[in-house]
Design a binder for this molecule. Sequence first.
Ligand SMILES: Cc1cc2nc3c(=O)[nH]c(=O)nc-3n(C[C@H](O)[C@H](O)[C@H](O)COP(=O)(O)O)c2cc1C
Length: 458
Amino acid sequence: MILDINNHRHLIAGLCVILYLILCSWVAYRERSRRRQAAKAAAAFNQTQEGPPPWLVAYASQTGNAEQIAWQTANALHAGGIPTQIRSLAQLQASDLQHTQRALFIVSTYGEGDPPDNATTFARKVMEHSLPLKQLHYSVLALGDREYTNFCGFGRTLDSWLHAQGAQCLFPRIDVSNSDSAALEKWRHQLTQLAGTGTTIDWQSPSFETWLLVARRHMNPGSAGHPVFHIELQPQGEQALPSWQAGDLVQILAPTDRERAREYSIASIPSDGRVHLLVRQERHRDGSLGVASGWLTDQAPLNAAIELKIRAHNNFRLETNADRPMILIGNGTGLAGLRAHLKARIAQGLRQNWLIFGERNAATDAFYQGELESWRTQHQLRIDWVFSRDQPTRRYVQDQLRNSAETVREWISNGAAIYVCGSLEGMAGGVHSALTEILGNHGLEQLIETGRYRRDVY
Ligand SMILES: Cc1cc2nc3c(=O)[nH]c(=O)nc-3n(C[C@H](O)[C@H](O)[C@H](O)COP(=O)(O)O)c2cc1C
């Protein structure tokens, strides 16, 4: 009898293992076929056909706004019967521009008036030289935010460089502050004229949906920093949970400022059944709470309706890095996007994950410690916690990177990708310098060019 039960136990355990393996292969298969389909869609769009030379729609985008508008622009021209090619600036060479008659550039600005990460090579290799472009007719849509000193800095630089090369303007550059709808409407109007479609183009952007705030947990009571909350949201009523990928963002409208959406990285994956966020409560100098963070972390009661939409963030998805070892570096609420990546990878059985996470004090600021530590004990994660204020001299993630320089080089030579998420000030700049020291200028540039160094910094 005892033998029988034991036999059954072995049988059940064996079946569980087989089921788990089937599930893992199915998830991996689905991801591979999704990527194949995305590549096919871009290739189909860019197929050169007989007839007039195609227009070029080129974009440079850090978090996907410019990329989304580029696709909408290309679709609009296509609908007007204009053959169109869509390319990121990372894929453009000087010779491509010399063979183009008409081009629309949609570019955002990062850092302090800098190009987005994946356009830095274009800025250096192409825009630092002169290039005769008399044949080219172009326009620029520059995305930015008026609160920055170098408003639309990269769009302006690109525009004046094109002008200096003899290219001719189709219509003057349009600058967009914070997705300002009036400026975007101007761009749409110009496109309608160009495409000759007569009626104003429909962008078909997804609209905001009503979700419910179903859980909220204070993550750092007693912290020296501002309060941070773990928040869970699910669609209201019968609405199905939409799909998203690790790395994607949500946009949220606060009831008192329904014009200007705020963006947060998603900290969960669809199989969690809910969107998780990690939100720091902002407080202005006058003591008032930040509009959206105050709404999510304080004013909205549990079960409050939240206007939300999910936005793809292609630059920070796993994409071609899905099967590589991964070094994830972040601080503060930047852990959100990194946690989603870890969840997705661990669900797929990928164990080569190295997280370097920084906050102030271990006693109060070790977000998601239980979960992260249990991944570590199951050998699914290597983790370095870096608490800046737990010793007399401050220590940050970039210091930890320097201490582990040899291991970083080993991981990179084994094909690892690096994902950085968190604050631009201090952290991202410091990490960039440390990586430059560890891998050399050329080494880091190669990672950028091949999409193995990705940043979601703010
Ligand atoms: C870290 C950071 C730095 C930024 N720096 C600038 C800047 O110097 N000038 C500017 O006009 N906009 C700046 N922006 C605003 C972005 O250009 C703007 O949000 C744009 O819509 C992003 O488009 P994308 O998603 O295509 O990258 C910055 C945004 C962030 C998060």
